[in-house]
Design a protein around this ligand. Structure first.
Ligand SMILES: [Mn+2]
Length: 256
């Protein structure tokens, strides 16, 4: 059988891991708050098998219930959060459960190692300076999009890896971190975003970390009639698979 092989990194995930598509995560279509509880319960079950969940979404709210289940299994985690938005709002339209709030909720639940939280690509029109600074006040590192322009992000990732060490890490990748020139198929596009090359540098730069889960969220295929956004998302999820500990370890050995 011919299995996919990552030409750039030497990773061959299907040679090293058992990989399964376990289908859709159950939700309550009519109640986001109930969905959060259902999602946490579901990931408890997934994690009980010793699996590393890679999730495609969908509303970024889902990272909060996943992080709750991850905390029960691994304790508080380091977080690499790639996004145009900080998603640390206390409320949206008075609601605590919304796609602009998941990292505030995760912080409240003690899911995060605050000195090991990295937000990359943050930009756009916020409602207050608080949008960027709230996380910094908690000890998080917020790398705004402008700091990423015209640069390779490989050195940044080397720095992040050294600061995270062997702590368990969760990678959450909002597709709107990318410039809409690449990925228009999302609900909250922001100009001045990352390139797909930088996205690859970030994800490949996670190789060597103790990744315990990843997600790729906020993809909305109907907003991109050409379909490229979904293709990028699928490729990025594959790259995450290639960066998982055992896969990256085997790839590093192969390169020697
Ligand atoms: Mn987001």
């Amino acid at each position: 059988m011919i299995r996919p092989y990552n030409m750039a990194t030497g990773a061959a995930p299907f040679d090293v891991l058992q990989v399964a598509d376990i289908g859709d995560v159950p939700i309550n279509t009519f109640d986001l708050k109930k969905s959060v509880a259902i999602i946490t319960e579901y990931y408890r079950g997934v994690l009980a098998h010793g699996a590393i969940p890679l999730t495609l979404g969908g509303d970024h709210t889902l990272t909060w219930p996943i992080l709750r289940a991850v905390k029960e299994r691994h304790g508080p985690v380091a977080l690499i959060h790639v996004d145009a938005h900080s998603d640390t709002n206390e409320h949206m339209f008075g609601e605590a459960v919304a796609h602009g709030c998941p990292f505030r909720r995760a912080w409240e639940d003690g899911c995060l190692q605050n000195d090991k939280v990295f937000q990359i690509g943050i930009r756009g029109t916020g409602y207050s300076p608080e949008d960027f600074d709230w996380g910094r006040k908690q000890g998080w590192t917020c790398i705004q999009a402008e700091e990423c322009w015209w640069k390779s992000l490989t050195p940044l990732m080397a720095d992040i890896r050294s600061r995270i060490g062997d702590a368990p890490v969760y990678l959450t990748y909002d597709i709107d971190s990318l410039d809409p020139a690449f990925a228009p198929g999302t609900g909250t596009v922001e100009v001045g975003g990352l390139t797909t090359h930088q996205g690859l540098e970030i994800i490949r730069g996670c190789a060597g970390l103790n990744l315990v889960g990843c997600d790729l969220v906020e993809v909305s295929p109907p907003y991109d009639p050409a379909g490229n956004t979904a293709v990028i998302a699928a490729n990025f999820l594959y790259e995450m698979l290639c960066a998982l500990p055992r896969v990256a370890e085997a790839a590093a050995k192969n390169r020697k």
